[in-house]
Design a protein around this ligand. Sequence first.
Ligand code: SF4
Length: 441
Amino acid sequence: MKIPPSLPPSACLPVLVTQSFENVACTVCGCVCDDLRLLVDRGSIVAAEHACSLSEPWLLAQTSADDFSTQADGKAVSFAEAVAAAADVLRRSRAPLIYGLSTSSTPGQRAACRLADLLGATIDTTASTCHAPSIIAVQSVGESTSSLGEVKNRADMVVYWGSNPLKSHPRHIERYVEASGMFVPGGRADRFLVVVDCQRTATSDIADQFLQVDPGTDFEVLWALRMILKGATPSEDIVGGVPLQQLIQLAQTMRTCRYGAMFFGLGLTKASVPHVNVEALLRLVTDLNSHTRWIARRMRIPGDVAGADSVLCWQTGFPFSVSFARGYPRYNPGEYTANNLLERGEVDSVMLVGCEGVEKLSSLARQRLSQIPTIVLANRSNVGDLASSVQFTTAIYGVHRAGTAYRMDEVPIPLRPVLESRLPSDEEVIDAIRRSICEKP
Ligand code: SF4
C-alpha cells in the first residue's frame, strides 16, 4: 500500500497518534527486506509501503497486543505460574527437546541454547525439515558465497534452480534481478535470467530461458553441465528431459558471463539422497569459478532460519540437530533431528520456540507431540490449535521488540519495534524458566 509522503497537518491535530517508521525490516521470509515504511495508528499498523503480497496482510494484522495470555493445562494463569509449570515439566523430563527458532531472533535463540545446555536437552531448528540437505552439502564440499548486495551490484546472470521466488520470496526478483546495480545499471535489461525447474512457474514465465527437467533428475542435469564445462560431451541426446544442445548453450552462457548468481530452493532437495543434488550444484559453481565469478545461495524460507543456524553454530559449533545429553554438544542429523526423535519416541517433553515448524513434521511425529508435555512460545498469530501443557504468547521481534534477523545471505539485519507491547519476548520467557529451574534444583 502507498503511504502519502507526508501527512496533512489536520492528521496531526488535535493529538498526534499516527507514526511513520522508515526502513523497517520484514521477517516474513528469508529476504528480510529492510526498506519498508510502516504507518502506525492507535496501536495497529495501518499501512505498509514496499510490503509484498506475503508481508502486507501479516503486518496489517499485528497490533499492540496488550491482552497477553499464559496458560497451563488449558487454564489462564499468571506469568509466574506458567514459568513455574514450564520449569516443572522440564525438571521432570529426562530427554527434553527444544525445537523451532526460525521466527525468533538472536537473543531468543541464544537463550534457547543456554537452556538446552543446562538441561542436557536436544536443540533443533526448522532447518532440519527444509534446507538440512543443503547444510550437509555445504559442510561436505564448501560453497562460493557473496552478499545479496554484491549480486545486486555485479550479477549479469541469475539462475533460480528449484525455486519460484515470485511466490515464495515475492521481492527477491525486484531487489536482485530488476534493480539496477553499480556494474549492471540497466537492471533487468542487463541480466540474463534462467529458471530450472520440473514445472512451469510464475518465475519461469518471466525468465529469458527456462529448462524443464524431469522430476528427480537434477543431479544428471547438473553433472552433464559439469562434463560440458570440462570439455566432455554426455553420450545422451537428452539429459533429464533437457535436449543436450540446450545444456551446451547454457554452459556456454554460464562460462562467458561476467558474474553469475545461482539461487537454489527446496525443489533441489526433493530427492532420495537430497544433499547429493546440492553437492552437485555447489561443485558446478566451483567449476564455473575457473572461468568467471559465480556464487551460490540458498533461498531460505522463514525470516530468521539463517539466524538460527548462525547462533547454534557460534554457541554449539553445529547448525542444527545438536544434543547436549552427554554434557557437551554432539551433532548428528537424523539421530538428533526433531522429527526423527519424535517418531522414535525418544523425547519426553518439547519446548516449541515458535510453531512454524510443526506442520512440516510427519503425522507420526505430530501424533507423538500431542502425547507428551509441550511448552509453546508463540505469538497468537501462529499458535494454531496445537495442544500444549504450558503456553506463552510472546512478542514478535521486529514488530514489538528489537532484535537481529539474519538474511538468507547471513547478513545480520537489525530489527526495531514499531508497536508498543507488554508481551514478553521468547528470550525473557526462556530466561525466566531457566532461572526457575536453577533456583529449585
Ligand atoms: S519478500 Fe519477504 S522479506 Fe521482503 S517484504 Fe516480502 S515477505 Fe517480507
